[in-house]
Design a protein around this ligand. Structure first.
Ligand code: SF4
Ligand code: SF4
Length: 106
């Protein structure tokens, strides 16, 4: 049933759930301590020239991996969570310590 005060509100909520937007949490790249690097020589979409993987794009919670050949990462918003590296079936994404960044002491 439609809320007369907020018409189409349910559609907007569903849209935000189904279509993650880049940088919903701000420029999350500023507090990243680990940087994911894509090794194109190992990436299967680069090697085959087809869109036959892109699991990094699919699983990135920030929506900052492009569905392109090669896939690229927007480091302004990548928060360094490492999910893309964990999901890559070809070990094509390596996590490197961010230059000059230090992990918070436990
Ligand atoms: S998940 Fe790995 S192999 Fe697949 S497109 Fe991404 S980087 Fe390439
Ligand atoms: S580390 Fe990978 S999965 Fe995590 S935000 Fe960055 S690109 Fe996305």
């Amino acid at each position: 049933m439609e809320d007369k005060d907020y018409p189409n509100a349910h559609k907007k909520i569903l849209a935000s759930i189904q279509y993650p937007q880049i940088g919903e949490a701000g420029k999350t790249g500023t507090w990243r301590t680990m940087r994911p690097l894509i090794h194109e020589d190992k990436c299967i979409v680069v090697k085959t020239g087809t869109h036959n993987c892109h699991l990094c794009w699919l699983y990135c919670p920030e929506g900052v991996v492009s569905r392109t050949i090669p896939p690229t990462i927007d480091y302004d918003y990548c928060k360094g969570c490492g999910i893309c590296a964990n999901e890559c079936p070809h070990d094509a994404i390596e996590r490197m310590e961010e230059g000059g960044a230090k992990a918070c002491p436990a």
